[in-house]
Write a protein that binds this ligand. Structure first.
Ligand SMILES: Nc1ncnc2c1ncn2[C@@H]1O[C@H](COP(=O)(O)OP(=O)(O)OP(=O)(O)O)[C@@H](O)[C@H]1O
Length: 242
């Protein structure tokens, strides 16, 4: 088995994926390693969220296959995929308290054991929201809501974590705390993390690998040291100078 086959077996892969949305065409081919933190960068409108939506199952390709953690997930519903996600809009249910919102990440029917209930409280504490179980999303700041969404992803405990700029709304202190938390959790779980970032410093601090998307396709997928030194892709040079 080649390395590439191994990546397809275990990590995140797209084979001949094509999608048209309105007038935009997307084509993705990649084989990304398992168990790493992979940054996804690229200019605004490049297709980063679309790439994540194809992995999460919110978009279905017109052609091609999506493979996650050794499984062909093409055509599977988002809930059937081995992923948890934190997107820009954190998708918390406004009428439910945080305990319930996060508990739904473990069991959609809220059948929670005593151990599950403890995991919810621990996840809240880990993201810096201890004792927030009874709070409703509307009573939280934007950054607190985003951290609650992160707690919900933590309790799902899936092999792949997809993060679409999860820390964008946080102030710099909290943001760097969350970056450290993400690194710690990654060390503990060994899961594969894909994180959209607009910040080259964050990519440098956080990621092992990086993917650069421009014009609806992947221009580069490489170990982060190579990514940070790559010349000859003007949009990437612009990104790295920020
Ligand atoms: N459902 C849709 N119908 C038509 N066009 C769409 C649709 N979804 C996305 N697009 C377009 O596809 C392009 C890529 O969008 P996408 O959200 O993937 O970019 P992005 O790289 O995540 O951008 P940003 O960094 O600004 O969030 C954009 O021009 C967007 O307007």
């Amino acid at each position: 088995m080649t390395d590439r086959d191994d990546m397809k077996e275990q990590g995140i892969a797209m084979a001949g994926v094509e999608l048209r949305l309105g007038t935009h065409d997307f084509r993705f081919d990649c084989a990304l390693p398992q168990g790493r933190i992979i940054a996804v960068a690229g200019p605004s409108g490049a297709g980063k969220s679309t790439f994540l939506n194809l992995l999460a199952g919110f978009e279905q390709p017109d052609r091609g296959r999506v493979l996650l953690a050794g499984q062909d997930v093409t055509g599977l519903h988002p809930a059937e995929r081995p992923v948890s996600l934190v997107f820009q809009d954190n998708n918390l249910f406004a009428h439910l308290d945080l305990f319930t919102n996060i508990g739904l990440g473990i069991s959609p029917s809220l059948k929670l054991s005593a151990q599950d209930r403890q995991r919810v409280s621990e996840a809240l504490a880990r993201v810096g929201l201890p004792g927030f179980e009874k709070r409703k999303p509307g009573t939280l700041s934007g950054g607190e809501r985003q951290r609650a969404a992160f707690a919900r992803a933590l309790v799902r405990d899936k092999p792949i974590l997809l993060l679409d700029e999860p820390f964008a709304a946080l102030d710099p202190g909290l943001r760097s705390g969350m970056v450290e938390l993400l690194k710690t959790l990654h060390r503990e779980t060994g899961n594969t993390v894909l994180i959209v970032s607009h910040d080259p410093a964050e990519v440098r601090r956080l990621a092992d690998h990086a993917v650069f998307i421009d014009g609806g396709t992947i221009r580069l997928a490489a170990p982060v040291e190579t990514f940070l030194k790559t010349d000859g892709i003007p949009a990437l040079t612009t990104f790295l100078q920020h």
